[in-house]
Design a protein around this ligand. Structure first.
Ligand code: 4NP
Length: 161
């Protein structure tokens, strides 16, 4: 079982979306028994909260139901997960800071590196913007998660598909 952890700042917008989009793609391809997904935030701001209402609405429009309860990223996550996917550069740096010896750095990637159609370097933080921003996050994350699936197939974590 390959374990993926998606990480943003609050764990109420981008990372729960990435997690639930990935779960959706895995179900669609009958790969759910090979990959497990979770998400977390680098901050403590929203611990215990459900996904943001605006993000939930944008995801629902694309057939994705957002589930989960925000939690903060912790050093134990480096042991528990095979890949840690940061939504933006700041998240990436904040994750690496929790591993000062660098022994887990090879597990940490920026999710946009897996995009095949978008050229964004990070998933823009939609929190203080309008509804378009939330819709764009969903589009970008579908691209990134599909690319991530291809990567997992190529590196042998997923055995068919
Ligand atoms: P997220 O979005 O990191 O995608 O969950 C945000 C949620 C909350 C805040 C910022 C971004 N905040 O400043 O409270």
């Amino acid at each position: 079982m390959t374990k993926l952890l998606f990480v943003c700042l609050g764990n109420i917008c981008r990372s729960p979306s990435a997690e639930n989009i990935m779960v959706h793609l895995l179900k669609q391809r009958r790969l759910s028994d090979q990959v497990q997904c979770d998400s977390a935030g680098t901050s403590s701001y929203h611990i215990g909260s459900p996904p943001d209402r605006r993000m939930t609405a944008a995801a629902q429009q694309q057939g994705i139901t957002l589930t989960g309860q925000a939690r903060q990223f912790q050093s134990e996550d480096f042991e528990r997960f095979d890949w840690i996917l940061a939504m933006d550069d700041q998240n990436y740096r904040d994750i690496l800071r929790v591993d000062p010896t660098g022994q887990h750095h090879h597990k940490v990637r920026k999710i946009c590196d897996f995009c095949r159609h978008h050229s964004d370097q990070g998933v823009p933080d939609p929190y203080y913007g309008g509804q378009d921003g939330f819709r764009d996050v969903i589009d970008l994350l579908f691209d990134a998660c599909e690319g991530l699936l291809v990567f997992l197939q190529q590196e042998g974590s997923i055995s068919q598909g």
